[in-house]
Ligand binder design. Structure first.
Ligand code: BTN
Length: 270
């Protein structure tokens, strides 16, 4: 296990991770910041991340040996790690469930719907359950990365505007999630994959697993490119994590996550 800094409340675990690296020295890497609640949880594209009690909120600070242009791929590495950790968690629950009499198997079937919406949202039953925000900072010795993860574990309700888009594992599966156990699995799986990523410097080793989880695969997507929106069929990812979208004229566009969002034909996913 890597070193942990644990809080009851903090503004943002991403922000705290950078502060700790500044104050205690970047040599502390890798380390993890965990909190029960955030007062200013950060989401992608400058959005806010709802961070009341009952969710799992943490960040991992790293000093990768790969060049800075490769760091964005870490978001996809984390997405796969969280998905695998959830599968492991549920598989273990399932064993316990089989020994119980309350017939929780049906709620476990929902796991079949777990997937990644490119590039890094985890979705269950068509709704978001995990968000990942990767931030970079350069300094005189290179750069540091913070990968922040918010998992909707046990929330009962969501704000009005998120009703159709977000859900929690507990809401979908009817069983409470032990965040501490799930975090242990995520940490273990992520650090293993991170070691491989640092050696290889690309996502070839992860591509097949990622594409199995990719809910957009072979579906029509709308690419919300600031230079002009277009549609196509998502075919998978390339070795650096760009989404491959085949347009009507059979040309394959490579979509880079930075500025562009991808939606289903009618909504967030489908
Ligand atoms: C998204 O918009 O999908 C990304 C959300 C990331 C939220 C997590 S919660 C822990 C970490 N700290 C933050 O301030 N944000 C990330």
């Amino acid at each position: 296990m890597i070193q942990r800094f644990v809080y009851e409340t903090i503004d943002s675990t991403n922000g705290e991770a950078f502060r700790l690296a500044d104050n205690k020295g970047a040599n502390l890497a890798p380390f993890l910041v965990l909190t029960q609640k955030q007062t200013a949880g950060r989401g992608r594209a400058g959005r806010k991340w709802e961070s009341e009690d009952d969710g799992l909120y943490f960040s991992i600070y790293l000093r990768p040996s790969v060049t800075i242009d490769k760091a964005a791929m870490l978001t996809l590495v984390m997405a796969v790690a969280v998905a695998k950790a959830l599968q492991r968690y549920i598989a273990i629950q399932e064993q316990t469930c089989k020994q119980a009499t309350d017939g929780c198997e049906s709620s476990l079937q929902i796991l079949q719907t777990l997937g990644i919406k490119w590039p890094n949202d985890l979705v269950l039953n068509g709704k978001k359950i995990v968000g990942i925000l990767t931030e970079l900072r350069t300094d005189d010795r290179g750069y540091g990365v913070v990968i922040g993860v918010g998992v909707n574990t046990n929330q009962k309700t969501f704000p009005e505007e998120l009703q159709d888009k977000a859900t929690s594992l507990k809401r979908e599966m009817g069983i409470p999630i032990l965040g501490e156990v799930l975090l242990k699995y995520i940490e273990e799986i992520f650090l293993q994959e991170y070691t491989t990523f640092e050696k290889e410097g690309n996502l070839v080793f992860l591509k097949e697993t990622y594409e199995t989880l990719l809910i957009n695969k072979d579906k029509v997507v709308r690419v919300l490119d600031p230079k002009g929106e277009y549609q196509g069929v998502a075919k998978g990812i390339d070795e650096v994590g760009q989404l491959l979208v085949e347009t009507q004229d059979k040309e394959v566009q490579k979509v880079y996550a930075g500025e562009v969002s991808v939606r289903g034909l009618y909504g967030y996913v489908d």
